[in-house]
Design a protein around this ligand. Structure first.
Ligand SMILES: Nc1ncnc2c1ncn2[C@@H]1O[C@H](COP(=O)(O)OP(=O)(O)O)[C@@H](O)[C@H]1O
Ligand SMILES: [Mg+2]
Length: 292
């Protein structure tokens, strides 16, 4: 069994990639990091090939991509090659495009019947004003590729809304405008691998904060998904064409609403919170996939 993680350079790998490789080395004869920038893609009239050093990537039995938004542009063509070469992995090249853009993720979820908050995308001030008349406040404005809660703004007043759209316009940013789901600053994450939920937990926002990100002082506690949430998690994964992802939901009056799907979900702190060896569960999923 030849296993690889397609990720950053050795010196830049984070906790989660390290943990996945650590567990993979216990189970597989060969398990290694394939830095996406070191991959060579070759195309000629006979076809296409991908190499890492002397190794052809089609020789790998399974590859898990850990491509962050910084490397998505380099990673996308590599993923396309792997799709074509038939290398097994948890998702396709298109998933990288879908997952790295919050609005395209929501579009994909909406098309597949996954519950999401009412969401709009626009680039002009005029249409943003029109949207806010329809949507009513409070609302949430998000940058398309933010993470860790940093590109997310909660808007409570028309004045705040006006000054934010002015700034967004200056920055030439597209605006994702979303209905605020009333909740006590909590969100629920379900991590799916194949047909199993391998971990789930709730994040609770810090005092005086409405965003539940750990990055912003939020804390996490173990939390079991209801059958409805499980179904939504699997449906969301399918909608972005991924067998391995973390699905974030907010529980509003109308039930769970998916706000985000993450293909590069982090394990740091969460293995401790849930007391689950998530990296090991991921490797078990890989073993099942290869057996198919
Ligand atoms: N529509 C919404 N209604 C209420 N709270 C929201 C909404 N969208 C996001 N939040 C809160 O803000 C946090 C960050 O939003 P999210 O879209 O997950 O961005 P990020 O990718 O930066 O984590 C969420 O964890 C949630 O607590
Ligand atoms: Mg989030």
């Amino acid at each position: 069994m030849k296993f690889g993680v397609l990720g950053p350079k050795e010196s830049e790998i984070g906790y989660s990639t390290k943990r996945i490789l650590e567990e993979a080395k216990k189970e597989f004869k060969e398990a290694e990091l394939i830095p996406v920038i070191d991959v060579r893609l070759k195309a000629d009239r006979k076809g296409i090939h991908a190499f890492y050093g002397k190794k052809a990537l089609e020789k790998y039995d399974y590859i898990i991509p850990r491509i962050d938004s910084k490397r998505a542009e380099v990673g996308y063509p590599v993923m396309r090659f792997l799709d074509h070469l038939g290398v097994r992995k948890p998702y396709v090249a298109e998933t990288v495009i879908i997952a790295h853009n919050k609005f395209i993720t929501l579009e994909q979820l909406a098309k597949n019947g996954v519950p999401i908050p009412e969401t709009y995308l626009t680039s002009s001030k005029e249409s943003a004003n029109y949207i806010i008349e329809k949507l009513k406040l409070p609302a949430v404005i998000k940058l398309l590729s933010g993470f860790g809660g940093e590109g997310v703004l909660m808007i409570d007043s028309k004045e705040a809304f006006k000054s934010i759209i002015e700034t967004m316009k200056i920055l030439k940013q597209e605006m994702l405008i979303e209905k605020y789901v009333k909740n006590p600053g909590e969100d629920i994450r379900g991590i799916m691998a194949g047909d199993e939920i391998i971990a789930s937990y709730k994040r609770i926002a810090a005092e005086g904060e409405r965003k539940a990100n750990i990055h912003l002082g939020g804390r996490s506690i173990s939390h079991k998904l209801t059958p409805e949430m499980e179904e939504i998690t699997f449906k969301a994964g399918k909608a972005i064409k991924s067998k391995l992802c973390a699905v974030d939901m907010i529980i509003g009056k109308e039930g769970p609403q998916v706000i985000e799907v993450n293909i590069n979900f982090g394990l740091k702190g969460i293995e401790k919170t849930t007391d689950i060896n998530i990296a090991k569960r991921i490797i078990e999923f890989v073993k099942d996939e290869v057996k198919r």
